[in-house]
Design a protein around this ligand. Sequence first.
Ligand SMILES: Cc1cc2nc3c(=O)[nH]c(=O)nc-3n(C[C@H](O)[C@H](O)[C@H](O)COP(=O)(O)OP(=O)(O)OC[C@H]3O[C@@H](n4cnc5c(N)ncnc54)[C@H](O)[C@@H]3O)c2cc1C
Length: 391
Amino acid sequence: MAAQVLAGAGVRVTVVEHRPSVGRKFLLAGRSGLNLTHSEPIDDMLARYGDRRRYVEHAVRAFDASSLRAWAADLGEPTYVGTSGRVFPRSSRATSLLRSWLRRLDELGVEWWTRTIWTGWAADGALRFERGDGEVVTVRPDITVLALGGASWPRTGSDGSWVALLRGVGVEVADLLPANCGVMVDWRDEFVERHAGSPLKNVAVRVDGAALPAVRGDAVVTRLGLEGGPVYAVSAALRDMVVRDGTATLLVDLQPDLSVDRLTDRLRRRRPKDSWSSTLKRTVGLSPAAVAFVREVVPSLPGDAVELATVLKAVPVIVTAVAPIDRAISSAGGVVFSEVDDAFMLRRRPGTFVVGEMLDWEAPTGGYLLQGTFSTAVAAARGALRWRQER
Ligand SMILES: Cc1cc2nc3c(=O)[nH]c(=O)nc-3n(C[C@H](O)[C@H](O)[C@H](O)COP(=O)(O)OP(=O)(O)OC[C@H]3O[C@@H](n4cnc5c(N)ncnc54)[C@H](O)[C@@H]3O)c2cc1C
């Protein structure tokens, strides 16, 4: 995106990528339906960036969801708003959008150096690259935009190896941590063997002790713990609590549409010969996986209907860790904002800009990651043009 803004202003641009092709994570994001941005009012959107809002607000306002949608439409991929308010390209995939985008960049004269890794700065301040055949190249461009991503799904190319390079020149970088990720739970073997991969449909999850609203959706039992949209949404709070306290408790409401009173009424319909398991299936409508889940987490269920209803509204899952970063959707951490100016230019390296997931912000899924990435890239490119002009 920065390349497009710069090349569009007549600047000669070279994009350097260490994988054989560019946009691999963008394509991966497209596999689960490329959620480009969100259609909610801008203030609601900005709230998704939490306490980092103040650093990205100007960028998101200057290149907002409607700008992003116009950009996609201009590339021949009009967008539509899904039922949840999320915005997707018409094809819901990234393939054709990326293809037209690269064609557009070609037309603007952008050059590509693939299989070329940036390995830092030479002693004289030039950028140092290593090509696939081992050749080392140094270059001194007027403007450098670092857009090297976070550290999730490293096989797409974003492996976080830049962290050491930036720290090496004194730039403060907060550790890259998993964000929008699953959580680890110590399940017993029998439970995993039978239920890994099973959904817990239409649950509401919240974090014990965190002042966050409950998030509804489908969670999925995995061999290592739990995944799924609502779990990702609260994973940042769980991650921070696990770091602080060693464990955290995820409260899973298996019947968010029923109050404790109504659930209690249903449980009281238990027939004398029925076990609790069959009562939970018959009167409460829980799936076999949901019944196994509650029995796994609370092995001795209370006999009293009110107490049992209370458990079903908040099954207390002990989370021992969040999933490793290489399986997370995104990363938290990165170059801290005190190291950059409003255009995301490194104070220690004038002329070098940092954008996207490399910066120390995080946001939930819902299109906010790509929106934040594109907005910071546009702000940096525009800032770079101003900086160049002033010089
Ligand atoms: C499975 C999955 C699904 C997702 N779905 C969505 C979604 O639907 N909506 C959404 O908003 N977000 C989604 N995301 C997140 C989104 O893809 C990222 O936030 C976004 O791609 C970040 O963009 P970026 O440019 O900062 O980094 P990246 O897209 O990671 O790009 C960084 C590039 O830099 C290259 N690179 C790294 N180091 C070097 C080096 N030293 N030298 C040369 N090249 C280097 C990498 O190879 C990579 O191509 C998803 C992520 C995943 C993993």
